[in-house]
Design a protein around this ligand. Sequence first.
Ligand code: UFG
Length: 340
Amino acid sequence: MNKVVVTGGIGYIGSHTVVSLIEKGITVVIVDNMINSNINTLDGIESITGVRPEFHDIDMTDGTLLHRFFDLHKDADAVIHFAALKAVGDSSQQPILYYRNNLFALINLIEGMQKHEISNLVFSSSATVYGTPDFLPITEDHPTKRGMSPYGNSKKIGEEIIEDTVNSAENFKAISLRYFNPIGAHPSYKIGESPNGVPNNLMPYVTQTAAGVRKELSIFGDDYNTPDGTAIRDYIHIVDLAEAHVKTVERLLEDQQKSNFEIFNLGTGQGKSVLEVIESFERMSGQKLPQKITDRRDGDVEQMYSSTERASNDLGWNSKLGLDEMTSSAWEWEKKNRKI
Ligand code: UFG
C-alpha cells in the first residue's frame, strides 16, 4: 500500500484531497500546525472514510521537528505540500512572515525528503503566478510574472526552488499544480471551507452573508470590460480538484512523467463572473443575498480562466462538476457547520 504525507492536510484543499487519497486505498499521514485549520476536520475525514489518518502537529519552519517526523516516515512514497499562509491582502502587510513561513517550510521539506530519500513531491501552486494574463485561456506555457502579492510571489519562488532542486538531483521528481479558484464542499457536507476571521475569498463571504454572519457582500467593481461588468474567474469544485491530486500522485508513482518537473493548471476552462456566482448561489439556496457594488479591489485581475488541455491529455483529469454544484454544496456545508 502506498503512503503519502500530506502537509496542510486538515486545511480546505488538503482535507478534501486526504479523503480522495484514502478512498483510493492510500495511507495518509498529515502534518499541519492548525494555524488556519481546525482539528475537528479529522473527525469529518474519519466519518466520511472510516479512517482516522495519523496526525502530527508540526510547524514546518522548524527543520529539526520535520526531520524527526521523516525519521518516522522514511517509507513514504510521496509528499503533497499544501501547508502555507495564503491571504493575499495580509501578505502585503506582513511580507516577511509570508516568505519565512512559506519558503522556510518548503526548504525544510525538500531537505527532509532528500535526506530520507523520498523523491516525489506535489506542490500546491496557484494561477496567481501568471499575473495579469497576456492571453486566454491561460496555458501552462504562459509566462509567469513576479507575484502581485508576497503570497503569490512565494508560490512563484517556491516553484523555482523546486525546479532547481529537480535539475540538481537525478532522482527527485515534482509536479506543481496551479489552481484557479477552488470552491464548494464534499457532498457529505462533513468537511468544507471555514476560514478563520473575515473571509477574503468570494464563496465563503457569500455563504457567511447568507448565514447572517456578515451584513452584506461587497461586489468589488462592476466596471470591468466583461459582459456584466464584474470580474471573471475559473471556479473549480473542490472535489474535482482533490481528484486531480490523486491522479498526480499516481503519475509520479507510476513514472509517467514527460520530465522530472511538470506543471498542470487545474481549472474548468469556464470563466464565470461574480454576478453569475451570486445568481447560481441565490437560485440553488433560495436565499436572497444582501449585496452592494463597491470599488474594485487593489490587485484584482479582470479576467482569468484556464486551458484544460494539458491536464486532460497528460494527467487524464477533467473536471466534472458545475457551478450550481459548487454553490449549493458550499451553502449546505455552511448551514451544517453552523447548525442552521
Ligand atoms: N470578490 C468580491 N467580493 C468579495 C470577495 C471577492 O466581489 O467579498 C470578487 C473578487 O474581486 C474577484 C472574485 O470575487 O473578482 C474572486 O475573488 P477571490 O478572492 O475569491 O479569488 P481571487 O481570484 O482574487 O484569488 C484567487 C485565490 C488566491 C490567488 C488569486 C490569484 O484565492 O489564492 O486567485 O490567482 F492568489
